[in-house]
Design a protein around this ligand. Structure first.
Ligand code: TYM
Length: 410
């Protein structure tokens, strides 16, 4: 890496088929900047194990994610591609970062709340009637106790005057009361089966980036809060142990946030509302046919509102500009119906994805190319990670090197 060149780092979870949200939000940008910067891209299997997973299929999913990323245009000759768990330093640095990460910052992470919510929904939909009732009873019990505890601290809260000398008993009682509420909320999280790993997920993400001292991170808008935490961790670490880590900036992708085919939630592997980058043409057409459009448009002759229609948004990323302009005019005039509009979108998505599918097929016939790329990538990453960890351990006074340098090691 020369002095001018900044290092880039980004990652993707091997938790299902890579979709057009991943492609437009991140991977297209990965490809574009791989030739300009020293770019390191990672299949983050350690992140994927924070929710339910099958150990037998995980390595295959990691391979498939790497194949899809390469099919999207990532050339391992021009950048570095590897699987996170092949470089154990990621988890070591996570632990060290845990010691400088405020719990309060982790509690603010929106993705944790979203993920526990969707895990809870999944648990409720899968369980038998009896088990579901148990979960619901538990939640009701937790919520009731939280309300009771909150009512109990009410008088002390009203009596607390932050401008007066502190009444220590009152402050201690308030603190205990809040502790009880916190404990109940933790039970609530327990009901949704959230793991400590899921809670700590953003710290692992910070370790991923900072292990390579990467300053640039191409990711979708949904990752901005995680990057803010990464900056906070780097600053706190540097302040306490010396200036080791750089400031980190997000590089936006082509699309900040692609909505799923439901037209409401973010396109996401876990929500089943995606178009995969490797989906065959008939599947693209079938999925697009189910996509939500302008909810107020009931008949073809109703004037459409492209500005609120997710299918039109998808058009803007795949369909040539002139055709998009025609679609917009005809939709507003009630001349082009949603059925035909979706068919046109499916056709243009297919045109864009066809070369990706073809490259994926080539790689399927030659899996060694993917495996070799991942092996070489991990080898390079282990070297860089090893250097950073030597610095970090020394700065924190841990590891054999730090002992040797101490007054006893002489
Ligand atoms: P993941 O696997 O959820 O998503 C991979 C990338 O795709 C982007 N993305 C989207 N962009 C636009 N619209 C969407 N609907 C959409 N869905 C996903 C994400 O922003 C991301 O850039 N935590 C990360 C993986 C990670 C990582 C890292 C990223 C782990 N360590 C270090 C950067 C640096 C994640 O779950 O991505």
């Amino acid at each position: 890496m020369n002095g001018e060149q900044k290092r880039v780092f980004s990652g993707i979870q091997p938790s299902g088929d890579i979709h057009i949200g991943n492609y437009l939000g991140a991977i297209k940008k990965w490809v574009e900047i791989a030739t300009v910067h020293d770019a390191i891209y990672c299949i983050v299997d350690n992140h994927a194990i924070t929710v339910e997973f099958d150990p037998k299929s995980l390595p295959i999913r990691s391979f498939e994610a790497a194949r899809a990323v390469m099919a999207c245009g990532i050339n391992p000759e021009a950048c570095t591609l590897f699987v996170q768990s092949h470089v154990p330093e990621h988890t070591e640095l996570t632990w060290l970062f845990n010691s400088v990460t405020p719990l309060g910052s982790l509690f603010r992470m929106i993705q944790f709340k979203e993920k526990t919510r969707s895990a809870l929904r999944k648990a409720l939909s899968k369980k038998s009637g009896g088990a579901r009732a148990t979960i619901l009873h538990q939640i009701k019990g937790v919520a009731t106790t939280v309300l009771e505890n909150a009512a109990q601290i009410g008088p002390d809260l009203a009596a607390l005057d932050p401008t007066a000398d502190p009444n220590e008993d009152l402050v201690a009682r308030l603190n205990d009361g809040m502790g009880n509420i916190m404990q109940q909320l933790q039970v609530g999280l327990g009901v949704s089966n959230a793991s400590a790993g899921l809670f700590d997920y953003p710290v692992l993400q910070a370790a991923d980036i900072l292990l390579y001292k990467a300053g640039l991170v191409p990711v979708g808008e949904d990752q901005e809060q995680h990057l803010e935490l990464c900056r906070e961790i780097a600053e706190r670490f540097n302040r306490r142990f010396g200036n080791i880590f750089p400031a980190v900036a997000r590089i936006p992708g082509q699309a900040p946030r692609i909505l799923g085919l439901d037209g409401k939630q973010k396109m996401s592997k876990s929500l089943g509302n995606t178009i995969g980058v490797l989906d065959p043409p008939d599947m693209i057409e079938e999925k697009m046919a189910r996509a939500f459009t302008d909810p107020k448009r009931l008949r073809k002759t109703d004037p459409g509102r492209p500005e609120v229609c997710n299918v039109f948004t998808i058009h803007t990323y795949f369909t040539p500009k002139e055709i998009c302009a025609e679609i917009e005019t005809d939709c507003r005039a009630g001349k082009l119906g949603c059925f035909d509009c979706k068919k046109i979108a499916a056709k243009h998505i297919d045109v864009a994805l066809k070369p990706i599918r073809n490259r994926a097929k080539d790689l399927e016939a030659n899996p060694k190319r993917v495996i070799e790329a991942l092996d070489q990538g991990a080898e390079r990453c282990r070297k860089i990670a090893g250097q950073t960890m030597t610095e970090v351990r020394e700065a924190m006074g841990i590891g054999p090197g730090a002992l040797k340098k101490s007054s006893i090691g002489g």
